[in-house]
Ligand binder design. Structure first.
Ligand code: PMP
Length: 461
């Protein structure tokens, strides 16, 4: 790939960016002091190039989204064709478009039978906003208007709109939202490495699930509308719950008549080796928000699938749902998402992920001998490496996030994109990754870990 032949003045782009671009999730003072952005210009498969011709293995699929990998001409062609046929029409006021309807049917076809109805949004955040609106109205329709409260987890991530930030369990976000909205509660995350103490992971899974029942009793069982969780908490640090956790959570929700929302924005579309993370983790949700892998990030689109038992009452009793976005079900995004799902099916990327998952797990496990690696874990093609100053005691370096950031920067320098969630290094490569490429990913990760070790070895216990 001839990346240097693009005639882009990268210094000019950086200058312009610093002058005009207000970035999300960025501390601009240090960002500008460090010289501004790295400019990404081209990508193919699992590889991405910056404007200086530096080649990186994208271990994060962009932001957990480019499931089918970069450089898919078919997706560009689907967008081009749809733009010529009909670039836009809305789905309000009793109209639809062909790809929007086909996509709803296609999503439904890769879900359990009970999910026949799909609401479209533009992002994961909007999907979760939609759900809060739907669920609160639903319980009113059912004659239980007091069921308005949501329970979620600390370090759960559900998006960045006002409601989604409240639903999520990131303290820094709550503080900046200004005032926490009423009706959102958080229980501890099922993260054995940090919180499991002397318990086995299975014992700890039950203990973490029991927190849900405690919270339900505290809020009042009749007041709780729904529990929301990512099957595996992604941005929280790829927290893979022990096998006992989700079945117990489901039991508790059913006992109190509480709806279960499985946030599949990261885990959906094959990431865990099944179409949906709830299949891998063994539970049955009532509502499923999705985004990212739905279009593999080629265009912005999100969606929510609702189970029949909710839809039946909602359609019969609900009147008008006063909610919707101009671009909901956008025909071009829908055409691309449809083609993306066809690629996942045709290339059996879900089966490939399931099949290659154990190889990925073993490759990560080969890093456990490293002096600053406390644990590795993965399911399918989502995984984590815990950085530790004391392997035997699952110890942590001082100032959470400091060493993780060092390691992330060392990865970038050495040709690998691996993200740091505090001191947990996380990975979610495109689902097209091969065994040979996994070997290369792990080789590059070790180079970065070695460089990080050199910087922090005096801090080891
Ligand atoms: N839910 C989960 C589980 C996510 O990981 C994200 C994004 N990282 C969101 C919701 C929000 O999605 P978006 O950024 O598209 O609004």
């Amino acid at each position: 790939m001839n990346v240097l032949n693009k005639n882009i003045d990268i210094a000019e782009v950086v200058k312009n960016d610093i002058a005009h671009h207000f970035h999300p999730f960025t501390d601009h003072k240090s960002f500008h002091a460090e010289g501004g952005p790295r400019v990404m210009t081209q990508a193919d498969g699992i590889w991405i190039w910056d404007g200086n011709g530096h080649k990186l293995l994208d271990g994060m699929s962009g932001l957990w989204c480019v499931n089918v990998g970069y450089g898919r001409k078919e997706l560009a062609e689907a967008a081009y064709k749809q733009m010529l046929d009909l670039p836009y029409y809305n789905t309000f006021f009793k109209t639809t478009t062909v790809p929007t309807t086909e996509l709803a049917a296609k999503i439904s076809s890769v879900m359990p039978e009970r999910f026949k109805h799909i609401f479209f949004t533009n992002s994961g955040s909007e999907s979760n906003d939609t759900i809060v609106r739907f669920v609160r109205h639903y319980w009113k329709l059912k004659g239980k208007p007091y069921r308005q409260h949501f329970i979620a987890r600390t370090r759960g991530y559900h998006g960045s709109t006002m409601v989604a930030a409240n639903l999520g369990g990131f303290q820094g976000m709550h503080e900046q939202v200004g005032t926490e909205f009423p009706g959102f509660h958080h229980i501890k995350q099922p993260h054995w490495f940090d919180l499991g103490g002397d318990k086995t992971p299975e014992e700890f899974g039950l203990e973490a699930a029991a927190e849900l029942e405690k919270k339900i009793l505290e809020v009042g069982p009749d007041n709780v509308a729904a529990f929301i969780g990512e099957p595996i908490q992604g941005a929280g640090g790829v927290l893979i719950p022990p096998s006992t956790y989700w079945p117990e959570v489901q039991k508790i929700c059913r006992k109190y008549g509480i709806l279960i929302i499985s946030d599949e924005v990261i885990c959906g579309f094959g990431r865990t080796g099944n179409w949906w993370g709830f299949e891998t983790m063994g539970f049955e949700p009532d509502i499923v928000p999705m985004a990212k892998g739905l279009s593999s990030g080629y265009l912005p689109i999100g969606a929510v699938a609702f189970a029949d038992h909710l839809i039946k009452d909602f359609f019969e009793l609900g009147g008008e749902f006063y909610h919707g976005m101009t671009y909901a079900g956008h025909p071009v995004a829908a055409a691309v998402a449809l083609k993306n799902i066809e690629i996942i099916e045709r290339e059996n990327l879900v089966g490939h992920t399931r099949e290659i998952g154990p190889y990925f797990a073993e490759a990560l496990a080969s890093l456990r001998d490293h002096p600053i690696v406390g644990e590795t874990r993965s399911v399918g093609l989502i995984g984590a490496i815990e950085l530790s100053n004391d392997k035997a005691r699952r110890g942590r370096f001082a100032s959470p996030g400091r060493v993780g950031t060092m390691c992330r920067d060392n990865c970038f320098k050495n040709g690998l994109i691996m993200r740091a969630c505090w001191d947990t290094m996380v990975l979610a490569p495109p689902l097209v990754i091969t065994r040979k490429e996994i070997d290369e990913l792990v080789r590059l990760a070790r180079v970065a870990l070695d460089a990080t070790y050199d910087q922090v070895k005096s801090e080891l216990a």
